[in-house]
Design a binder for this molecule. Structure first.
Ligand code: NI
Length: 203
C-alpha cells in the first residue's frame, strides 16, 4: 500500500475498498468484497428498523463464532479474497471496529456532536496480535462488548437515536441511527466474507 493510500484510508470510517458504493457501470458479477451488498447509509430509522438492527447486533458475535467454527489454523490463515485479509484478521478487525463503535456511541450520548476519531484499520489489522492471535480471544471480547452495546441501545428513548456525531470525512452530521445501521451491517458484512469463502472452497 502506498503512503498516499495509507493516508487516504486512515481518514475513513471504513476503507473505501469495502464501504464505498459499487460502481453501477461495472459488469454484473459477484463482488467478493460485498457479499451482502454495500452499506446504505440511513440517518433516521423507524422503530421497527431499530429493533431489527439491534437484534442483528445482538446476534453478531454468535454468528461470527459460527462462521469460524472448526476452521484449522491453515484455514484461518487464508485470505477471504485475493489481496484481502485472512479469516483471522477479519475476526480481529470486527472486534477492533466494534470497540470503536461502542466508544463512539457512548461519546454521542454524553457529548454534544462529538467529532469521531478515525483510525487506520488497515494498519491495525497488520499489528502482530491481529495477524497471529487465537480468534477465540476476539470472539470473547465481542460477546462481552455486544452485551454492553446492545443493553445500552435497548435502554435508549426514541429521541436519543437522533443524537448527532460528526466525522472529519463526512459532510454534515451523522446520527446514532446511522451508527446503529452501520455497525449492524458491518458485523454481517464481515461474517459473510467468511461464510462465502467457506462456501466457495467447500469447507
Ligand atoms: Ni470492516
Amino acid at each position: 500500500m502506498s503512503t498516499m493510500e495509507t493516508r487516504s484510508r486512515s481518514l475513513r470510517i471504513h476503507p473505501p475498498s469495502t464501504c464505498r458504493p459499487v460502481d453501477s457501470k461495472l459488469p454484473a458479477m459477484p463482488d467478493l468484497r460485498y457479499p451482502i451488498g454495500p452499506f446504505e447509509p440511513r440517518e433516521v430509522l423507524t422503530p421497527e428498523e431499530r429493533t431489527e438492527l439491534i437484534e442483528q447486533l445482538a446476534a453478531a458475535p454468535m454468528q461470527l463464532r459460527a462462521a469460524v467454527t472448526n476452521l484449522t489454523d491453515e484455514q484461518l490463515a487464508t485470505s477471504y479474497r485475493d489481496g484481502g485479509w485472512t479469516v483471522r484478521q477479519v475476526v480481529h478487525h470486527v472486534a477492533d471496529s466494534h470497540v470503536n463503535a461502542y466508544t463512539r456511541l457512548r461519546l454521542a450520548l454524553t457529548e454534544s456532536e462529538p467529532l469521531l476519531r478515525p483510525y487506520d484499520e488497515g494498519q491495525w489489522a497488520m499489528l502482530d496480535d491481529a495477524r497471529t492471535m487465537d480468534v477465540d480471544v476476539s470472539l470473547a471480547l465481542l460477546d462481552a462488548l455486544h452485551a454492553r452495546f446492545v443493553a445500552l441501545l435497548r435502554t435508549l428513548p426514541e429521541d436519543a437515536f437522533r443524537r448527532r456525531l460528526r466525522h472529519p470525512e463526512h459532510e454534515g452530521v451523522l446520527t446514532i441511527d446511522w451508527l446503529l445501521a452501520m455497525y449492524a451491517w458491518h458485523g454481517r458484512h464481515h461474517t459473510a466474507h467468511i461464510t462465502a469463502l467457506r462456501q466457495r472452497l467447500g469447507w
